[in-house]
Design a protein around this ligand. Structure first.
Ligand SMILES: Cc1cc2nc3c(=O)[nH]c(=O)nc-3n(C[C@H](O)[C@H](O)[C@H](O)COP(=O)(O)O)c2cc1C
Length: 130
C-alpha cells in the first residue's frame, strides 16, 4: 500500500470486509475497527464476527474496500491471519477498549495484502495497481 492508501484506510470509519465459505458463498460485513499496521497489513478487530470468522477459519482469502471508496478507490485482497493471543491480539484489545471500554475482542485479524485493484470509475476500473 502507498502512504496515501494507508492514510485513507486509517481515516476511514468503516470498511466493507468480504470473505467466503470454502464452497465460495460470499459474505460481506461493515467493520469499524480496521487500520493499516504497515504497507502490507491491515488489522481488523473481531468483536462480533460470526460467519466472517467461520469463513476465515476455513478459507483465509479475503477482500476489503473502504466505505468511502470515492476517497480511497481501491480493493485490497489477501490472506487473513487470526491471532487470539500475543502482541497483535493485545494491541487490538487495547485499541478497541480505548474507544469503547465494554468491548472484549475475540481476535485480531491481520489481512496480509497481496493484491490491490483500482475501483475508480472510468478506464482504469478493475485494473491491478499492485
Ligand atoms: C458500522 C458498523 C461497524 C462494525 N464494526 C465491527 C468491528 O469493528 N468488528 C466486528 O467484529 N464487527 C463489527 N460490526 C459488526 C459486523 O458488521 C457484523 O455484524 C458481524 O461480523 C456479524 O456478521 P457475520 O456473521 O457476517 O460475520 C460492525 C457493524 C456495523 C454496522
Amino acid at each position: 500500500m502507498t502512504d496515501e492508501m494507508m492514510d485513507a484506510v486509517e481515516k476511514e470509519n468503516v470498511v466493507f470486509f468480504a470473505t467466503a465459505t470454502k464452497k465460495g458463498i460470499p459474505n460481506v460485513v461493515p467493520i469499524g475497527f480496521a487500520r493499516p499496521l504497515d504497507n502490507k497489513t491491515i488489522l481488523l478487530v473481531d468483536n462480533y464476527m460470526n460467519k466472517t470468522r467461520e469463513n476465515l477459519e476455513n478459507n483465509s482469502k479475503a477482500s476489503l474496500v473502504p466505505r468511502d471508496a470515492s476517497e480511497c478507490p481501491y480493493q485490497f485482497k489477501g490472506t487473513a491471519e487470526i491471532h487470539t493471543s500475543g502482541k497483535y491480539f493485545d494491541d487490538a484489545v487495547d485499541w478497541a477498549q480505548s474507544v469503547m471500554s465494554k468491548l472484549s475482542p475475540k481476535a485480531a485479524i491481520l489481512l496480509k495484502v497481496e493484491e490491490i485493484y483500482s475501483v475508480k470509475p472510468g478506464p482504469d476500473a478493475g485494473k491491478k495497481v499492485d
